[in-house]
Design a binder for this molecule. Structure first.
Ligand code: AMP
Length: 580
């Protein structure tokens, strides 16, 4: 058996990662470490590298307050709070403060498993006396740490690790560690699309080898990355991409939900971002249970709010009032919803990912009928553009926001935005009607009416190949006074002393942020700018920028890594060039 890997070794990896911004170097550092650890350690490492102690979908938060951590430091090493505070004021990073206080000595030989267990206890302790217990556990752990270990333990519990190891960077590292080359990342990425738990993928890869993951199976309870749609500006274009039969479905303006129905036990509802939103929809849970007793399945659809009087579909804003922790029952009455099912991905022990859509729909129709808050998404099967157009008109009339066209013979391509699914909305007919989901990386202080908040926010697109964020525009329009007033508090915890090392821009900002929050932005036109950096390498003369940007809404269902990519913007630019 391999010896337990020491946390000291992982802390050294953290230190190396922090010092580089090149994706290739990061991959090499990860690969060296990952090639020498056990499956369980690989699972733990996948979480810890990203400052987590569980898969993302668990929603298990550490994020201890600075005050609590400072108290743990005093208990760990018997120094006064005053002293800790004064160091903190000077140094500004509690991890560095801890490293400065921890006695210079060899580590107590903590293994990564031990550290992980203690961190999990801290994260999972809740209830009345939880603060005291968390501080105690952390203090005991820290008292056993070397300075370097203490630095990273503190940053993990505070939620300020910020190594910038993107999921894809980790998978490249894992591929190189296990096969000697980065090239098998595609297999791992596909597995990660099906089992969106980085730790589980790392575990299985180390245990069974990368090739074995070609046949990865969904697991009920672990969310599958949702298949996404490309976009056309004209329904005529659909034929180019899907020559055969097409399901044309209403595009509902609600929230995508993936429901995991185990044989026994509780149903879980996941949002597009894999948040557990089960508690918001007791009505949907009851409906699924009734329609579907004793079967195991993963199903997908869109939940939409329905006008109680007219029975008509309502828009997304109305549904959002159901996004709450309290008064759930009251709002269940006030804002009734319907869950429009359009896919089934797993059924009674069998993956349906590689079953053609037409068959998946048959299975769905066999088991789910339209009653009690469940319905099958409205759709037709056709090859004719004229039918598509008519159905689009009908969808709009009924309160849909367009149509989604799906290749009837296609498999479910988890996590892929390909041409097997195509979306079409009316606004797409205007020139720059599609919107961008952009990550906020900086803020510019407001003046006048906006004094005390930000006047505009610097936003960026993501490039999964380089693992960097490229500035694209500065958004100041479209915010309500309430939106603006909320900004300082919203962004306080993401503020950094300087530009984040994975952000590329020539713009100046008053405040820099860790890339964390995503907003949907619309604009009038793409131009080439000297200060923005999207696709700068390709264009040479400057980067792409969005003119006349306007804030539409926060996309808290998206992570920064799910933002609009540089490649998508570049392709849009090329297609507009062609039209001119
Ligand atoms: P967009 O967010 O503009 O990329 O559009 C894709 C989203 O449309 C999906 O994530 C779903 O939430 C939503 N949607 C609504 N109706 C459907 C449908 N019939 N099939 C697939 N997605 C749908």
């Amino acid at each position: 058996m391999k010896q337990a890997t020491k946390f000291e070794k992982l802390a050294a990896v953290f230190e190396q990662l922090e010092a580089v911004s090149s994706n290739l170097k990061m991959i090499d550092i990860l690969s060296d470490f990952l090639s020498e650890i056990t499956p369980e350690e690989a699972r733990i490492t996948a979480y810890l590298l990203r400052g987590k102690v569980a898969p993302d979908y668990e929603g298990l938060k550490l994020g201890l307050a600075e005050k609590l951590v400072m108290r743990a430091l005093t208990q760990a090493w018997g120094i006064s709070l005053k002293e800790v505070e004064s160091h903190f004021q000077k140094i500004g990073d509690l991890g560095d403060v801890a490293a400065g206080i921890a006695p210079e000595r060899n580590s107590a030989g903590l293994s990564i498993q031990e550290v992980f267990n203690e961190l999990q206890i801290i994260a999972r302790t809740s209830g009345e006396a939880s603060q005291k217990a968390k501080i105690q556990t952390l203090a005991t752990l820290l008292s056993r740490c070397s300075p370097r270990e203490a630095r990273y333990v503190v940053r993990i519990v505070l939620g300020t690790l910020r190594l910038g190891v993107a999921e894809m960077t980790f998978l490249y590292g894992l591929s190189k560690a296990l096969t000697g080359t980065r090239e098998k990342k595609a297999i791992l990425e596909n597995a990660f699309n099906v089992l969106s738990d980085l730790g589980e993928v790392a575990y299985q890869a180390v245990q069974k080898g990368v090739e074995a993951l070609q046949e990865v199976q969904p697991i009920v309870g672990i969310p599958i990355r949702m298949m996404l749609a490309q976009r056309v500006e004209d329904l005529e274009e659909v034929k180019k991409h899907i020559p055969g039969k097409v399901f044309v479905e209403y595009k509902y303006d609600g929230e995508r939900i993936q429901a995991h129905v185990p044989k026994q036990g509780d149903i879980t509802l996941y949002s597009r971002r894999h948040e557990k939103i089960t508690h918001q929809f007791p009505d949907i849970i009851a409906a699924i249970q009734q329609a579907f007793p004793g079967k195991e399945a993963i199903i997908e659809g869109e939940v939409v709010s329905i006008d109680p009087q007219s029975g008509k579909l309502q828009d997304f804003q109305v549904l959002m009032t159901r996004r709450r922790k309290h008064k759930v029952e009251e709002y269940m009455e006030k804002v009734p919803v319907k869950y429009f099912l359009f896919d089934i991905l797993y059924f009674n022990g069998k993956s349906l990912l590689k079953t053609p859509l037409s068959q998946r729909k048959e299975i769905l129709a066999r088991y789910f009928s339209n009653k009690n808050g469940l319905a099958l998404a409205e759709s037709i099967l056709t090859e004719e553009v004229e039918d598509m157009e008519n159905f689009f008109a009908e969808a709009m009339e009924q309160g849909g926001e367009g149509v989604v066209l799906k290749d009837a013979s296609s498999f479910y391509e988890a996590g892929i935005r390909g041409w097997k699914w195509i979306k079409f909305k009316k606004e797409y007919k205007r020139e720059l009607a599609d919107t961008f989901d952009l990550v906020v990386v900086g803020g510019i202080y407001g003046t006048g009416r906006r004094a005390g908040t930000y006047g505009s926010l610097l936003v960026a697109a993501f490039d999964p190949e380089t693992n960097k964020y490229y500035s694209f525009t500065k958004v100041g329009a479209g915010f309500t006074d309430r939106d603006l007033a909320a900004l300082p508090q919203m962004f306080a915890r993401y503020q950094l002393p300087e530009k984040y090392r994975l952000v590329e821009t020539e713009m100046e900002a008053d405040v820099w942020f860790e890339p964390a929050l995503v907003m949907e932005v619309t604009g009038a036109e793409l131009t080439v700018s000297p200060v923005h950096t999207v696709a700068k390498e390709k264009l040479k003369k400057g980067g792409l920028a969005l003119r006349f940007p306007r804030f539409l809404r926060w996309r808290d269902d998206k992570t920064p890594e799910q933002a609009t990519t540089v490649q998508e913007i570049y392709e849009m630019y090329l297609s507009h060039q062609k039209m001119r």
